[in-house]
Design a protein around this ligand. Structure first.
Ligand code: PAF
Length: 280
């Protein structure tokens, strides 16, 4: 596997592949890789000539400085995992490489996506995500982009980013289902920060979502989400939200025939976790 640290080297590599009509599949990550990330690599490998992964803990998307400070970094292990998974290239840039001196911040018009759910609880987060993803796409120039369904709202934001920047003409977004631990906990790099007791408790999030799913269509959605929230709070979680929304747009659902998703964000100590389940 090639390892590049500069945007210039990656750009040269990408242009060469483009000239040779080779398709690039791209998996952007912040490292601390787990099987969910490796499933994205696998999906990319199945449909592209080359698979590129980036590892960059993007400072501009952290609304909570403590979360940034404690974000797990396991680069040596990550490199081995990417090699074993058959990635062709890793882009592992510094902050100065992504945001060089004189870097001009843009504002992305994300509409209501920025004021609901994660947008409401993490002000500025999605602007930072768009900033780094646009920059990475300009450098890597992939034909296909792979992201995990666990970050459901992020996937919608990226769809919007591709559309407002016109990149939807050259890049196709593929959303890969959430990978779960054997007890049902959604895989996340932040799980590494849970202590043993919190790790055991963390599974309650997916259980609560599953209970909402079982009741969906039989009981009012508001009652199901209120019960799930109460259950998590009683277990000791700080709950930001448990909400049902339309799976296409994350807007209020108009009937049980509409495709819907239940989404939750809850914290154990200083570790904030998110998860979601499609309901129908
Ligand atoms: O989902 C993530 O890991 C990050 O938000 C991403 C897409 C790599 C941008 O930093």
């Amino acid at each position: 596997m090639l390892l590049f640290k500069t945007a210039g080297d990656v750009l040269e590599f990408s242009l060469l592949q483009q000239n040779q009509q080779k398709s690039i599949g791209f998996v952007p990550t912040m490292g601390a890789l787990h099987d969910g990330h490796l499933a994205l690599i696998e999906a990319s490998k199945m449909s592209n000539d080359l698979t590129v992964c980036s590892i960059f803990v993007n400072p501009t998307q952290f609304n909570n400085p403590d979360d940034f400070k404690h974000y797990p970094i396991t680069i040596e292990k990550d490199i081995k995992a990417l090699e074993a998974a058959g990635a062709d290239m890793l882009f592992y840039p510094s902050v100065a490489e992504i945001y060089p001196a004189g870097w001009q911040k843009k504002h992305y018009d994300l509409g209501y996506l920025e004021t609901i759910l994660e947008g409401a609880f993490r002000p500025g987060h999605f602007q930072g995500v768009c900033e780094v993803v646009e920059r990475l796409l300009d450098i890597v120039m992939p034909a296909n982009l792979y992201m995990g369904q666990k970050d459901f709202q992020q996937c919608m934001v990226i769809k919007r980013l591709l559309s407002i920047t016109g990149k939807d003409q050259s890049v196709k977004l593929h959303i890969i289902p959430t990978y779960r631990e054997t007890d049902g906990l959604a895989m996340s790099s932040r799980n590494m920060r849970l202590n043993d007791a919190h790790r055991q408790l963390a599974v309650e999030i997916s259980k609560a979502l599953e209970t909402v799913k079982q009741g969906y269509g039989k009981h009012p959605g508001g009652e199901l989400t209120a019960a799930a929230k109460k259950h998590l709070e009683q277990k000791g979680f700080g709950v930001d939200y448990v909400e049902i929304a339309s799976a296409e747009e994350l807007l209020p659902v108009t009937g049980t025939k509409e495709k819907a998703v239940v989404l939750a964000a809850a914290s154990l100590g200083s570790v904030r976790l998110i998860d979601n389940l499609l309901l129908n």
